[in-house]
Design a protein around this ligand. Structure first.
Ligand SMILES: Cc1cc2nc3c(=O)[nH]c(=O)nc-3n(C[C@H](O)[C@H](O)[C@H](O)COP(=O)(O)O)c2cc1C
Ligand code: SF4
Ligand code: SF4
Ligand code: SF4
Length: 646
């Protein structure tokens, strides 16, 4: 492979202002991109999700097969292409043929797949498709173009462009695909202020949740005089249900670095931090390699490509507290203090890290920048809705047929995301709601499925874009339980600095726990008192939102308020009828014993923690309802199917 550093610098990076490289260089770049290959290449999706599905064994078995059969081939671990539910994914690129992708290739399938494909036969393994963008390469007959796959067809991949396609640890491959040109052109073409204008004109808004216009935010830092400015990449990704930032870093770390370089130049920062949770070891490993390689190429360090620009990027590992994603808490954490938010103003753009002007941007925001520079502000602004431009990456999870990462133009309807891309609800169940925006967000119901995804329309229906988590729920989901899950998360993650957030969220959780638990003492838990709890949820929610210091508390009641708005009858059933229609709130179940089936074996009575079961040996047993706490132990223990729950 021609991966010579000097060659790439001389022939691609240094000629970056020219629109085209020479035909000879282009030919060599095709080899680096493995579009033309002299020996077979096997790509395995080995992001965290792929590894979770067994990719490590797939790689080991592939290497074993190649060795036994004495086949000389490259094995390249790549990031996640987005189709998590089909992993492990294995692609084969034979010399002269198009790259072809197979799904669910666990270790045990490797031998038969490779034996068939290297014998010139089409393997039996389900095929995802072949890659069309490989001119001059012979197609596989009867195999669809991968871009026509229902999961990929409606997507427009900017941020995810290279994920699952390229070798993430190869800077040469990134450069051969046009990488770092945007940065070097930026240094040559734009003044800092022109760059801020350009990005503002593109309409790019922060993808970390708040949706603040990126170019506009940069201008505050640019306009602040200081001897030192900082850029911070927020890779904390604390939302349950969100994994897009991790996937971008694992699959294409150089795209993030290039975005950071562009943003650092825009504000005049010479030092940048990547704040990333320690639970992302693979992403950190790839970033360390990427930073090292970028330094080797002279893209980081002093006097970058003779422009007089200096930039250092360092990684700061966080301990994984949700509140540390909040920008002022994050700054404290980097400063070595406890990660607690502080009131704003002053905003970090004016006084941030170590009191210096600091811009904090999300991974996805930054990863958009190289393409915006390459393709133009107008190109980006032409995509999306009037207020929200470009694309957004969503993480699809929950009761959806296809889970994974999708990148779609803003304005796509939620229905299209769930049904066209995600394949609808798993197991033929009925759709109930989709939770968007994680702990700050809310639910979108059937009635609102046709709204376009953009910042404003989601807020209008009580949900939120957040960082892009979409958790799909079917008829078997209890919405009170969903609210309880988020409230439990939030009250544990509250930093405790302000009382409404610290105490209020705990009180909200207590109320939710009380309505999802059977009253122990009927006298003190009259339905009216429980109903009062529901009323208090709304009041408490409003107070917490209005009086909390940071975004965590200000949005914490949203999942509860949203489920109350759309699923109030479920709350009322829990309160008045002590029933959970989805059967999820186990503590509300009424247990009884079918006397016809009971053999009187006494096993259940021995297991019951509250001595609620009576009966003598070899005669039917009974449950005393007032003593039963609905733990379900008797049902689990009975071998005769005699215990019933209603
Ligand atoms: C409790 C809380 C957690 C947050 N977590 C994250 C996070 O994990 N990643 C992120 O980019 N932004 C997070 N944010 C938003 C950031 O504070 C900040 O607005 C964002 O990083 C700015 O980048 P952007 O303009 O590119 O969106 C969080 C905010 C709050 C209040
Ligand atoms: S709102 Fe909650 S998380 Fe934010 S500062 Fe107050 S106590 Fe801490
Ligand atoms: S375990 Fe089942 S069969 Fe045995 S006493 Fe209990 S209910 Fe009856
Ligand atoms: S559900 Fe639990 S508490 Fe109730 S009778 Fe069965 S074992 Fe006892």
């Amino acid at each position: 492979m021609i991966a010579d550093k000097t060659y790439l610098i001389e022939n691609t990076l240094k000629v970056s202002e020219r629109s085209k490289v020479s035909p000879e260089t282009e030919r060599k770049l095709r080899y680096i991109r493995r579009e033309e290959n002299l020996k077979p290449v096997i790509f395995v999706g080995a992001g965290t999700c792929g590894l979770g599905a067994g990719a490590a064994e797939t790689i080991a078995k592939t290497k074993e097969w190649l060795q036994i059969n004495q086949v000389d081939a490259d094995v390249v671990p790549v990031g996640c292409i987005g189709l998590c539910s089909s992993e492990p994914l294995l692609d084969v690129k034979l010399p002269g043929k198009k790259r072809i992708s197979f799904e669910k290739v666990t270790g045990d399938k490797v031998e038969s797949l490779l034996s068939q494909i290297f014998a010139g036969q089409m393997p039996e393994q389900p095929v995802l498709g072949q890659f069309e963008a490989q001119e001059g390469q012979e197609p596989w007959p009867g195999v669809n173009d991968i871009n026509k796959h229902p999961f990929f067809k409606p997507q427009v991949r900017i941020v995810l462009e290279n994920c699952g396609i390229i070798d993430p640890v190869s800077i040469e491959e990134y450069i051969a695909r046009g990488g770092y040109k945007a940065y070097l052109n930026t240094l040559k073409v734009f003044t800092r202020s022109e760059l801020c204008d350009f990005v503002e004109k593109s309409g790019l808004r922060g993808r970390g949740g708040g949706g603040f216009p990126t170019g506009k935010k940069w201008k505050f830092a640019l306009a602040t005089e200081a001897d030192q400015k900082y850029l911070i990449c927020n890779a904390d990704e604390g939302d349950p249900g969100a994994f897009m930032d991790r996937a971008v870093i694992e699959g294409d770390p150089h795209r993030l670095l290039e975005g950071m370089m562009i943003a650092a130049y825009a504000i005049g920062a010479t030092k940048a931090y990547i704040y990333i949770r320690a639970e992302y070891p693979l992403a950190i490993e790839r970033l360390v390699i990427a930073i090292e390689k970028a330094k080797e190429y002279g893209l980081l360090g002093k006097n970058i490509f003779g422009t007089g620009i200096n930039l250092d990027i360092v990684i700061k590992k966080g301990a994984g507290a949700f509140v540390c994603g909040e920008e002022t808490a994050l700054i404290h954490s980097i400063e070595g203090k406890r990660g607690m938010p502080r009131p704003r103003p002053p905003f970090p753009a004016v006084s941030g890290l170590f009191g210096k002007p600091t811009i904090i941007n999300n991974v996805e925001t930054l990863a958009n920048l190289p393409t915006i520079i390459n393709k133009g502000a107008d190109w980006f602004a032409a995509m999306g809705t009037s207020t929200s431009k470009g694309t957004k990456v969503f993480a699809l999870s929950g009761k959806i047929a296809t889970t994974g990462l999708v990148e779609i133009p803003m304005g796509t309807s939620i229905r299209d995301i769930i049904y066209k891309i995600g394949g609808g609800i798993a197991g033929g169940k009925r759709f109930k709601a989709v939770q968007m925006g994680g702990p700050s967000g809310g639910c979108v119901t059937e009635a609102n499925l046709d709204i376009p995804v953009d910042y404003e329309s989601l807020i209008n229906v009580g949900a939120m874009m957040g960082s892009g988590g979409m958790v799909v729920m079917d008829e078997d989901t209890c919405m009170v339980d969903v609210a309880k899950f988020f409230m439990d998360f939030i009250q544990r993650e509250s930093c405790g600095k302000c009382i409404p957030c610290r105490e209020g969220t705990r009180r909200m959780l207590e109320i939710l726990e009380s309505i999802t638990t059977k009253p122990k003492n009927r006298e003190t838990h009259e339905p009216l008192a429980r109903f009062k709890g529901v009323m208090q949820l709304e009041q408490l929610g409003r107070v917490i939102k209005d009086t909390s210091l940071c975004g965590l508390g200000q949005t914490a009641p949203n999942p509860v308020l949203s489920t109350l708005q759309w699923f109030r009858e479920e709350y009322e059933e829990h309160v008045f009828d002590k029933k959970c229609r989805a059967g999820v709130c186990q503590n509300l179940r009424e247990y009884s014993i079918d006397v016809e089936k009971c053999t009187g074996c006494t096993v259940c009575a021995k297991k019951c923690p509250t001595n609620a079961i009576i009966g003598s040996r070899k005669s039917p047993h009974y449950i005393i309802p007032d003593k039963c706490i609905s733990c379900g132990a008797c049902m689990e223990a009975c071998n005769f199917d005699a215990v019933k729950a209603s």
